[in-house]
Design a protein around this ligand. Structure first.
Ligand code: DON
Length: 569
């Protein structure tokens, strides 16, 4: 009798709890703080950034500390041997961006990935020493710290050095990813030494993972700054690795590398200011171009997830990505028509053939099957109470880059050269097509899709700091988050958690997340001529670790598609 009553009471509580929690939110809670907030793919790295702010650093200090920590705790994409972009808004309202994208070595040639018959040699631009561009991350992070940080380099780098030398306990997520790449790692002595156990066995969740060689490289950088990487011992080790594996990066390439301060791409959308990354990323230009095409339409009224809204957004995406293939590349080598592409009048003209009832089929340039997306670029977002904000996207390109660790230096080399157009109109790893604007030239930066973005409200306060990995899907992921916040009024957890879709002109299809589009909505869209493909890869589209301001609260949201973390106070 007593136990039945208890059981009934328990059931009632469970039902009440369930009903309340369903009413609260569809997505996991964001992390709240008032003073500083970091959201990244690694909870350990986010904590490093939050601790730096708690210890008196600003958001820029925290971003650089998080960046170095990610090179240790998320080696899939966090890096010393890769490159990235940072969009920074300072407390006084100035916005600057740092381009630390990799460059083609001086010995690179336009046709270096083609065989004698002019065909692309599979794997050469992704799995060999020739795949690596000259790394930019160390130069970028140190330049950013020197210009806008407040704490000494050694303080900023100490947590990363500690995590590398003392090690950290591997969670299932990382151990699984090491396992997936184990066979590739075993082909290179330097990589096997880091990512496999001494007996050649695989790491398991719960194992302590130490990286003594990486710790020594980080110590050299902490002591000597850029010279600790681009000259001296680390540079010698990179050049020796290149000699061993037939790569091109020379001592002169390393000594010549410089990060570049670029004007941000600016846009306005429904009274908000949008700041994002300029070429050599295509992200900012395409984001603003798509927002410009969408602004004349009442997306709030057509509603999240409706056939009308999806149709509209897909048509904007189709047109913007077609422009990407033709016009976008490194602006130091090719005259990218930035002003024209981001002009609202151009958007009106470009969208003038939009038909609300029919899909405009992408012209046939060859199908180009997009490969499975791997989540191995990474984005992190930082805000402090003073109003400084940093959006940083960084990468080795594919999962663990070339999977080649520089022997003795303990870090992975990127395979970013694959982001060039190896041959005109031939899709790269993401099915993206490019032409002369993105052809290989010595010293040129390969075109990126990375879209670190800051959104400022009409009162001049930073509202949103966001970005994502996901190759070609990065730009449409950021677009959807901006629209979720501005048009649909979602809070940060729903804006980041909401299902996503993606179209990139070629191949002419919409990829969508499981359960993301209802069957009757799909039917309507198919009847308008769209082709829909359920997500052909596992983890969803993107990994948009985002920070948003709500009143005086800073809300940190690590994308629920993955196992990152936000930390703040
Ligand atoms: O710069 C780019 O656009 C690519 N290298 C990004 C790669 C990426 O996002 C991989 N992760 N999914």
């Amino acid at each position: 009798m007593y136990s039945t009553a208890r059981w009934l009471f328990g059931l009632a509580v469970a039902i009440a709890f369930q009903a309340t929690s369903v009413a609260w939110a569809a997505s996991p809670e964001a992390v709240h703080g008032q003073h500083g907030m970091v959201a990244s793919r690694s909870a350990l790295a986010s904590q490093v950034g939050a601790d730096i702010m708690r210890g008196g650093g600003n958001a820029i200090d925290a971003a650089v500390a998080t960046g170095f920590a990610l090179a240790v705790t998320y080696p899939d994409a966090g890096n010393l041997g890769g490159g990235g972009f940072m969009v920074i808004r300072l407390a006084d309202g100035r916005v600057v961006t740092n381009d630390h994208r990799e460059r083609a070595p001086a010995g690179a040639q336009r046709d270096m990935y083609l065989d004698a018959s002019g065909n692309v040699v599979a794997g050469r631009s992704t799995q060999t020493h020739l795949a690596a561009g000259v790394p930019g991350s160390v130069a970028g992070m140190l330049d950013v710290l020197e210009k806008y940080g407040t704490l000494p380099r050694k303080t900023i780098m100490a947590p990363a050095i500690r995590l590398a030398s003392d090690g950290f306990v591997l969670n299932g997520d990382l151990a699984e990813q090491f396992g997936e790449a184990a066979e590739e790692f075993s082909k290179h002595a330097g990589s096997a030494r880091v990512f496999l156990k001494k007996d050649g066995g695989r790491y398991r969740p719960g194992d302590r993972f130490k990286q003594p060689e990486l710790a020594r490289t980080l110590e050299l950088i902490a002591a000597k700054g850029k010279d600790g990487f681009y000259t001296g011992k680390t540079a010698d080790l990179i050049v020796a690795e290149m000699k061993r594996g037939g790569g091109l990066i020379s001592a002169a390439d390393l000594a010549d590398y410089k990060s570049v301060w670029r004007e941000p791409i600016k846009g306005q959308y429904r009274g908000y200011q949008i700041y994002s990354m300029a070429p050599p990323s295509s992200g900012g230009v395409l984001l603003v171009q798509m927002l410009n095409m969408l602004e004349p339409f009442d997306i709030k009224a057509s509603g999240y997830g409706s056939a009308a809204t999806i149709h509209l957004m897909v048509e904007a995406e189709r047109r913007a990505y077609a422009d990407r293939a033709e016009y976008l590349g490194d602006p130091d080598f090719y005259p990218v028509p930035i002003a024209k592409l981001t002009d609202k009048r151009y958007a009106v003209q470009r969208f003038s053939d939009f038909d609300a009832t029919r899909a405009t089929l992408s012209t046939s340039v060859g199908p180009g099957l997009a490969r499975e997306e791997s989540p191995q670029t990474t984005h992190f977002s930082v805000m402090d109470a003073a109003g400084n904000a940093v959006a940083c996207t960084t990468t080795l390109n594919l999962s663990f880059g070339s999977k080649i660790v520089v022997e003795g230096a303990g870090f992975l080399l990127n395979n970013e050269m694959d982001d060039f157009s190896a041959r005109a109109n031939t899709p790269n790893s993401y099915g993206l097509i490019g032409r002369v604007a993105n052809s290989i030239e010595p010293g040129k930066r390969m075109l990126s899709s990375m879209t670190p973005t800051i959104v400022v409200d009409s009162e001049g306060r930073t509202r949103l700091v966001t970005g994502s990995p996901g190759g070609s899907t990065i730009i449409t992921t950021v677009l959807q988050i901006v629209i979720n916040v501005i048009d649909h009024g979602m809070d940060v957890s729903d804006a980041v958690g909401a299902p996503r879709f993606h179209h990139q002109w070629m191949p002419d299809r919409v990829v969508y997340e499981p359960w993301g589009i209802s069957p009757d909505t799909l039917k309507i869209l198919q009847s308008r001529g769209h082709t829909f493909v359920p997500l052909p890869w596992g983890r969803g589209i993107g990994d948009a670790n985002t920070v948003m301001r709500s009143g005086d609260d800073l809300l940190g949201m690590s994308d629920p598609r993955n196992r990152g973390g936000a930390a703040g106070y």
